[in-house]
Design a protein around this ligand. Structure first.
Ligand code: SF4
Length: 407
């Protein structure tokens, strides 16, 4: 029997865009319709992206110390979240961090910096890093996310080989001033326009769970469609202690899945990326979400941990998908060491090495200080932070630390 959602999919596949009413119907459908929604949205996903999942890897080049007051952000002015704080990574560190993600299956590196926007010296640094990463890793895509751009900066990034620029609108224009006051929605749109004009692929998405109404979520998605965002990261609010959204919890796994499906119906041929908050909000529905979205971040986020990179890879494989750009990797042994490692071994994948020099992904038994899986104190600290499933676990590995990345 054809469902209401199949009919929307039929219409979209035939070339008629989904309407705002269609989007709202998806968002407000009863939970027992969830699998019908996934099945219908999955048809659009397969039409445009087949069985591939794009894997992206975040490198937080500069963490915290931001003068802006985005209420949702652990790096914001006034945030008391106990996050890692550091200024720009060196070029060598940035390359090493990017390499960990690329060896773990990522095809795009997202180089992110906190702050209102980059100085021209910051652009110099990102230009150098990009050129070095592109020299070392053939075919890698680089996305920069450095805040509000000034005239000429996007062109410099493009000339250096940067492929895409991320700047999220985050929420509907009608909700924007409730979540940040130090810059405007128009400022954000201006930067997306600058990136696009310079020939960078625009990447812009949203954060759900910021007190927005259903109608405002629809408004935000249609704004992203109008902005022609090529990739749309859909974040789910991670309520960091020490931020204004501490203890805020508005989402359910079912709602998150409907939001992703709505994004697919509205923007059927765009990269829909399940971004921050995936694990804590989708919980057991992460795998189903891959049947709607076609892109994820591998491993950790900017200031919080993600699930083990091995679990990301397993989720892709177990749901019948392949990694974009490495379509045979699950069959040719690329990740055998990761998949065959005993549970409770290193938290990161085979492609990285631990400080003691052994291959990660299997327990080396050395008890090196860098590996949380083998370091009782680090493991205890991580476990203590992980007790409340509604609270993000602060990232204490990867960029800005001596500890191997979760990739
Ligand atoms: S989102 Fe970006 S601009 Fe806003 S506070 Fe966080 S780092 Fe700063």
């Amino acid at each position: 029997m054809s469902t209401q959602f199949d009919q929307i999919a039929d219409k979209v596949l035939a070339g008629t865009p989904a309407s705002e009413a269609d989007a709202l119907a998806v968002l407000q459908a009863p939970d027992f319709e969830l699998m019908s929604i996934v099945a219908a949205a999955g048809r659009l996903r397969r039409e445009h992206f087949g069985n591939t999942v794009k894997v992206n890897y975040l490198v937080n080049l500069k963490s915290g110390l931001c003068p802006e007051n985005c209420n949702y952000c652990s790096q914001a002015r006034g945030s008391e979240a106990d996050i890692l704080k550091y200024s720009y990574l060196s070029k060598d560190d940035a390359i090493a961090q990017a390499g960990a993600g690329l060896k773990g299956g990522a095809s795009r590196v997202c180089m992110v910096s906190s702050g209102r926007g980059p100085s021209n010296k910051d652009i110099d640094k990102v230009v150098e890093m990009t050129e070095a990463i592109k020299d070392e890793y053939e075919g890698v895509e680089v996305c920069a996310c450095l805040g509000l751009l000034k005239d000429g900066q996007a062109e410099r990034l493009k000339a250096a080989g940067v492929d895409a620029y991320n700047h999220n609108i985050n929420t509907a224009e009608s909700n924007h001033d409730n979540i940040v006051q130090t810059h405007t929605y128009a400022d954000r749109v201006d930067t997306i326009g600058k990136a696009k004009s310079a020939g960078l692929s625009p990447c812009s998405g949203l954060i759900a769970g910021l007190g927005e109404s259903d109608e405002q979520l629809v408004e935000a998605l249609f704004a992203l469609k109008a902005l022609e965002s090529d990739s749309i990261p859909v974040n789910f609010l991670m309520p960091f202690d020490g931020t204004p959204y501490e203890n805020t919890w508005e989402l359910s796994p079912q709602r998150c899945l409907k939001i992703l499906a709505m994004a697919r119906f509205v923007c059927p041929d765009k990269e829909i990326r399940i971004a921050g908050g995936r694990e804590m909000h989708l919980r057991s529905l992460q795998g189903q979400a891959l049947h709607v979205a076609n892109s994820i971040f591998l491993g950790d986020y900017l200031t919080s941990t993600g699930q083990d990179a091995r679990d990301d890879l397993e989720m892709i494989r177990d749901n019948g998908f392949v990694i974009l750009g490495q379509e045979n990797a699950f069959n040719d042994g690329t990740f055998d060491e990761v998949f065959n490692a005993p549970r409770g071994g290193h938290a990161h994948a085979a492609a990285t090495t631990t400080p003691c020099g052994s291959s990660a992904g299997s327990a080396c038994g050395d008890g090196c200080g860098g590996c949380t899986a083998l370091n009782p104190e680090a493991k205890a600290a991580e476990a203590a932070e992980a007790v409340d499933p509604h609270k993000p676990v602060i990232r204490r590995r990867g960029a800005g630390t001596e500890v191997p990345a979760n990739a």
